[in-house]
Design a protein around this ligand. Structure first.
Ligand SMILES: [Zn+2]
Length: 361
């Protein structure tokens, strides 16, 4: 007698094997049978006409805050994700000193549109170091598994303070400290490190993120620290203004660390060849035996649009700039009366600066 039998579903086992009809049996915390006809179970789940699959690992989320107070992590858990990875795009909440709590909330709100009020109310900040943060995460019971990455921006602010917020260059001591803290975090259980080098990512006040122009030397040193720890992946998001230069340092990180290096591969409708060039960069690195990967979203990235969020259908129009300064309750009326002029100005500017160019990833 098995503990659980999921009976008669269409099994897609994730190996690439063709789908097949059959049962899945579970004893304790182990799957003991996949496919074929299973014996009786203490609990039986009828799965006729349904897919039975392994859980999804969502490798790109921003649950850094929510994971510290929410055991359910909806909507990801509702959609079949059984493991989520956060600390992406260089944003996160550890390591951190008390005086930078607000700066990190503003950063997350600016970059990911997670309302600051939710984070201020929800975050307990009972950690300073990254290992402390992992400890805080492990105190909560969980519906699904979580994995955290070291995010470059908080790490930089922790080491360099206001100099990081002003996007100054890191000194040799700063770089040494960032490497040491990354190694410590990985050894404590972090699954990677991420950074972002994009103008699409801004703080709430509209400033570029602390690591936007970090020197290649800094990134390479952090990569070496990952090599010393012998674990984790190195991820990044870039505008790729200088593709050759970005590939040079990513290749160097992959070579020195021996760790997988990945970047977010996004399309730009104004430059349809871009993704092909970037994929060629990946292919040539792989031909040289370097572990470089492109991370691609399984479906288009969704955005929440509204008059109270950082993007809405008017947000990139010149005439909306005036309405954007008003309290939210008055924005709607102003946006409507301005609609006629919005259309003319947007047509004029679209040739020089297509609005999607500035849409965030
Ligand atoms: Zn992201």
């Amino acid at each position: 007698m098995h503990d659980i039998v999921i009976r008669g579903g269409t099994i897609v086992d994730g190996t690439g094997a063709p789908a097949s009809q059959g049962d899945v049996a579970i004893d304790g915390d182990r799957i003991v049978q996949v496919g074929g006809k299973s014996g009786p179970g203490r609990r039986e789940v009828k799965a006729d006409g349904r897919l039975v699959t392994p859980g999804w690992v969502d490798v790109h989320t921003h649950y850094d805050g929510q994971a510290t107070w929410d055991p359910v992590l909806a909507p990801s858990s509702w959609h079949g994700a059984t493991t989520i990875v956060f600390g992406n795009c260089g944003v996160g909440f550890a390591p951190v000193r008390r005086q930078h709590h607000k700066a990190l909330i503003d950063l997350m709100e600016g970059v990911e549109d997670i309302p600051g009020i939710v984070l201020s109310e929800g975050l307990k900040w009972d950690w300073e170091s990254f290992p402390d943060y992992l400890e805080a995460l492990s105190r909560l019971p969980r519906t699904i598994d979580v994995a955290a990455q070291v995010a470059h921006h908080p790490l930089r602010v922790y080491v360099m303070g206001e100099r990081a917020i002003a996007r100054e260059q890191a000194t040799a001591e700063d770089i040494e400290a960032m490497g040491r803290l990354t190694e410590e975090a990985l050894k404590a259980g972090a699954v990677g490190f991420t950074t972002s080098r994009s103008d699409q990512h801004k703080t709430l006040a509209g400033d570029l993120v602390p690591g936007r122009y970090a020197e290649h030397e800094e990134l390479i040193a952090i990569g070496k620290a990952m090599g010393r720890a012998g674990r984790g992946t190195f991820g990044m998001l870039s505008d790729f203004e200088d593709e050759a230069s970005e590939f040079r340092w990513m290749r160097q990180v992959a070579k020195d660390s021996g760790r997988p290096v990945w970047f977010l591969l996004t399309d730009r409708s104004y430059d349809p060849e871009r993704w092909r060039r970037l994929m060629n960069g990946v292919r040539s690195a792989r031909a040289d035996k370097l572990p470089l990967y492109a991370q691609v979203a399984g479906r288009p990235v969704g955005l929440t649009l509204g008059l109270g969020t950082s993007l809405n259908p008017f947000a990139l129009r010149e005439a909306f700039a005036e309405a954007a300064k008003l309290p939210r309750s008055r924005r709607a009326g102003t946006a409507c009366t301005r609609w006629a002029s919005c259309r003319t100005t947007s047509r004029r500017r679209s040739a020089a600066s297509p609005p999607w160019r500035r849409a965030r990833a």
